[in-house]
Design a protein around this ligand. Structure first.
Ligand SMILES: C[S@@+](CC[C@H](N)C(=O)[O-])C[C@H]1O[C@@H](n2cnc3c(N)ncnc32)[C@H](O)[C@@H]1O
Length: 214
């Protein structure tokens, strides 16, 4: 396994056009009828593989990255907003006061942004977060612990704020970017219960094409 992961890890992210299977699986949960009109934030969007996929699904998309190299072709598409921002320097958070129906973060980790992301999710909004975890350093980059999630870290992020509808942590060999990966899908609906026991609503799992899974 080590070799196959190492080889894939060496290819640069801009060349990968296939969206993550985790994003494909959970993107249909993102609402289109909320206050943002179905606008999804693709944070550290890279080559825009998820932005493109979400546009095809009929969402509006805001893609942000410090480099526009991979996003230039998307800039003029309808429903597309592209922002060049360094998310780790002194630049003020560009989305203060805005809300999104979905936030997609794949293969990027800057922990100080966690609370800002949660504040940007509209009611019923969906956080889809996937990135590498500790243990990945044995196979490929990233190896810096600052860029690797600790076990359960995305669950901690959601705790008390979002309903976790799916979570996994382990070795994903056949992924577009293989490695030790942790991912979560969680919904901002803890305050939206209509039940006496305060349990949040249940959500249908759908396939990437929008049809309901068995
Ligand atoms: C491994 S790529 C992932 C790209 C995309 N999310 C995907 O899954 O294909 C990481 C991205 O994070 C962006 N990035 C790294 N540091 C950043 C920063 N300080 N501010 C904004 N973007 C940053 C890089 O430019 C790169 O596009």
């Amino acid at each position: 396994m080590g070799n196959s992961i190492q080889k894939a890890g060496e290819s640069r992210h801009l060349r990968i056009s296939e969206p993550s299977p985790w994003v494909r699986r959970h993107a249909p949960l993102i609402p289109k009828d909320g206050p943002s009109g179905g606008r999804v934030l693709d944070l550290a969007a890279g080559g825009g593989r998820h932005a493109r996929y979400l546009l095809e699904m009929g969402y509006r998309v805001t893609a942000v990255d410090r480099s526009l190299e991979g996003l230039a072709k998307l800039e003029n598409l309808p429903d597309m907003e592209v922002l060049q921002v360094d998310l780790e320097d002194e630049t003020p958070w560009p989305f203060k006061g805005r809300v999104f129906a979905g936030i997609v973060v794949v293969n990027y980790l800057h922990r100080p942004l966690f609370p800002l992301l949660l504040d940007c999710l509209e009611p019923n909004g969906v956080l889809i977060y996937e990135t590498f975890s500790r243990g990945n350093e044995q196979f490929t980059r990233p190896r810096n612990p600052d860029h690797l999630l600790k076990s359960g870290e995305l669950l901690q992020l959601a705790e008390g704020r979002l309903q976790v509808v799916a979570y996994e942590h382990g070795i994903f060999e056949k992924y577009p970017c293989p490695g030790v990966i942790q991912h979560i899908c969680a919904v901002n609906d803890l305050a939206l219960s209509t039940r006496d026991d305060n349990e949040p609503p249940a959500h249908p799992f759908r396939k990437g094409d929008g049809t309901i899974s068995e």
